[in-house]
Design a protein around this ligand. Sequence first.
Ligand SMILES: Cc1cc2nc3c(=O)[nH]c(=O)nc-3n(C[C@H](O)[C@H](O)[C@H](O)COP(=O)(O)OP(=O)(O)OC[C@H]3O[C@@H](n4cnc5c(N)ncnc54)[C@H](O)[C@@H]3O)c2cc1C
Length: 333
Amino acid sequence: PMARASAEAYDRLAEDAPIPFGLDRERVGFLLVAGDDDTERSSGKEEAEAAAACGVPIQAVDVAEIHRLEPDLASDLVEGWLFDDARRLDPAALTVALALRARRDGGDVRTSTVVRSLIADGDVVRGVVTDQGALEGDVVVLAAGPWTPSLLRTVDFRSPITGSRGWLVHLAPPRSVVSRVISRAGWHRVPPRDEPTPPITAADLMDGPPKTNTGTLLQPNADGTLLVGGSRQAVVTDEPEDPTVPQRLVRGAIRLAPAVAEATVLGAWWGIRPMTPDGRPIVGAVRPGLVVAAGHGALGVVLGAGTARLVGSIVLGEDPPFDTDPFSPARFG
Ligand SMILES: Cc1cc2nc3c(=O)[nH]c(=O)nc-3n(C[C@H](O)[C@H](O)[C@H](O)COP(=O)(O)OP(=O)(O)OC[C@H]3O[C@@H](n4cnc5c(N)ncnc54)[C@H](O)[C@@H]3O)c2cc1C
């Protein structure tokens, strides 16, 4: 329901957005593929079943159908699942569009304003301390992604959110290589069976940076460029700890679609996903005057506007738009 509420809100925003944010009107399709490998095949099946249970129409496809749909995919694939799903948007443009909309509606949007701590009066949170001074309010909504735990610690609240770094490599192929989003199965599993990103212990760190788990995800963009992703690494520092990830992603992409080798490299960047132990975000009041909305993992865009609706109802004391229990902060004690 949170994802559905988000999709509806993005559709409404696209009708009248202050700047375009590239939302696909129609689903472009998502093809999950597996090679002759038990892990790939079983986790592909599991992911397809989990999506079907959420109402996504899925079609199992054999190798001939995979190559009919996507002639440039490698010949060593053995099965696949076609999801009638996947709409793309430009997340940076969406963020700006939402901020402009909030400003138009009377919101005071401040950029480059770092929050150093929360202001608490006993148990009650009354505001935040920023580099530009204190800001007080009736309710603080803390939505600082993977940085949420450090701000919560300033009011002595422990949260189980950890960071998982993911990279994207941006390529310009000389011609279209794939026509829908393609993922090789097996590099991550469906929450809650997915391996959580555990807190790093000092003993782990002694042996070097945390290992990066890499897979392959190809997203063709409307402008003809291609995004290559599919990596996870538990985060210790804000700076990247494994600069070999883009190289490994590109290697996986060429293995999955050999024509990718001819693409020009436009750049690469990374972000940090805020992870929770059960793969669901934490949305709710944790103290009087303090609402947390964080821990959206790999789905923060998919779930963003639905989260905002839920937060709005909590702050205004209205009936929630959907069942709040799956997102309750209380589930972690
Ligand atoms: C490679 C990659 C690919 C992804 N692909 C997808 C996808 O296809 N679909 C999808 O739905 N999701 C995707 N995600 C996940 C998505 O990006 C996250 O779930 C989402 O960004 C989380 O949103 P958030 O607002 O909670 O946190 P963030 O986006 O991290 O935003 C938190 C904000 O808080 C600010 N902040 C932090 N601390 C402070 C402070 N002290 N003072 C002031 N500001 C502060 C930060 O600067 C930041 O702007 C992807 C992530 C990665 C890394």
